[in-house]
Design a protein around this ligand. Structure first.
Ligand code: NAP
Length: 310
């Protein structure tokens, strides 16, 4: 029996873990993959105080070392359900009929993060990993000296476009509006790139597979949102950054219409004893600093909740 189980070992989850062990809580972090959190897939972080510039994997490694040194216990397991049993929460790794392992705790913090959203156009699923990607840091090197298109206008799209610009021959950014949502500093860096071109007020209607046995991308079918004019754009790679999809399907707590978990300022969810933090929670901005802040708040609230149980 643990005091606290934290589902997700990204920056939010590990911060909650560090705070929890300092409160004296017997704490377990369940993390489904060695690559924890979106930050581990981020090439460079420049807005985390204390580090002028640090790579995502390096920062994640520092979080892990810190958590381990603080005494946070982590298991490489994927949680598939959280149930409120007799006097304890049951977190199970069993999927469907599968039994899996069962962990018990007095309180649970959901820190399951988010993944990139899908465009939902023909060709996207079929060509994922075959020209369609959601991670420039991971897949960018496959497109050396090729043409690639980034879709989206937020911080992720521009950050990843900047990474790709150093690798590819020609880079396009397709965005559905005339203005980008990304912070000005990132936009200015993008505008300064010579091998870059904007395609604004345009949406992707289809990602077209090249002829031949080997599946790969040949072009995009685009539509101008104002004129309705249709066009085609030849490309070998498509990098999609149109926002986040929270990993919250398995949690039976109140969520917003996009699936982000609703909490109060103490990170309490609609279920007493269950807290939610970081990218899986409905909030105003999803940043590293806000994720770690959420972690500190939730651990403090969970400690109080557990003390009040006695
Ligand atoms: P985001 O800020 O929600 O931006 C998503 C972009 O995709 C928007 O430009 C949006 O267009 C566009 N979009 C959404 N749905 C679309 C669709 N169906 N078809 C075409 N375009 C679509 O998402 P994000 O860039 O992934 O960022 C998520 C969070 O992480 C944000 O809080 C961001 O600040 C943070 N982040 C921070 C950094 C950093 O600080 N360096 C880096 C990455 C991410 P509209 O503009 O028209 O809505």
């Amino acid at each position: 029996m643990y005091d606290l189980i934290i589902i997700g070992g990204g920056p939010a989850g590990l911060t909650a873990g560090i705070y929890a062990v300092r409160f004296g809580l017997k704490t377990l972090v369940l993390e489904r993959s060695f690559v924890s959190g979106q930050i581990a897939l981020t090439e460079i972080v420049e807005n985390y105080p204390g580090f002028k510039a640090i790579t995502g994997p390096e920062l994640m490694q520092k979080y892990k070392e810190h958590a381990e040194a603080a005494g946070v216990k982590t298991r490489l397991e994927e949680a598939h359900s959280v149930r409120n049993g007799a006097g304890a929460f049951m977190v199970s790794t069993g999927k469907g009929e599968e039994v899996g392992e069962l962990f018990k705790a007095k309180a649970v913090i959901l820190a399951s993060g988010a993944n990139p959203k899908h465009l939902g156009v023909p060709g996207e699923i079929e060509l994922t990993g075959k020209g369609v990607s959601y991670c420039a840091t991971c897949d960018g090197p496959y497109f050396k000296d090729k043409t690639v298109v980034v879709i989206g206008g937020g911080d992720s799209a521009v950050t990843e476009a900047l990474i790709l610009s150093k690798i590819v021959k020609k880079l396009y950014l397709v965005h559905r509006r005339a203005e980008l949502r990304a912070v000005k500093l990132l936009q200015e860096r993008l505008f300064a790139i010579p091998n870059f071109e904007f395609i604004l007020n345009s949406v992707v209607q289809e990602i077209v597979r090249a002829k031949g046995k080997i599946p790969k991308v040949s072009k995009l079918r685009l539509k101008h949102v104002k004129s309705g004019e249709k066009s085609e754009l030849a490309t070998e790679g498509v990098f999609i950054y149109i926002g986040l999809r929270p990993n919250t399907e398995i949690f039976d707590v109140e969520k917003d219409e996009k699936g982000f978990i609703l909490t109060n300022e103490w990170m309490e969810t609609s279920e007493k004893g269950i807290f939610a933090i970081g990218d899986c929670r409905a909030t105003t901005i999803w940043q590293l600093v806000t994720a770690v802040s959420d972690g500190a708040v939730a651990a403090t609230a969970a400690n109080k909740y557990i003390l009040d149980l006695k």
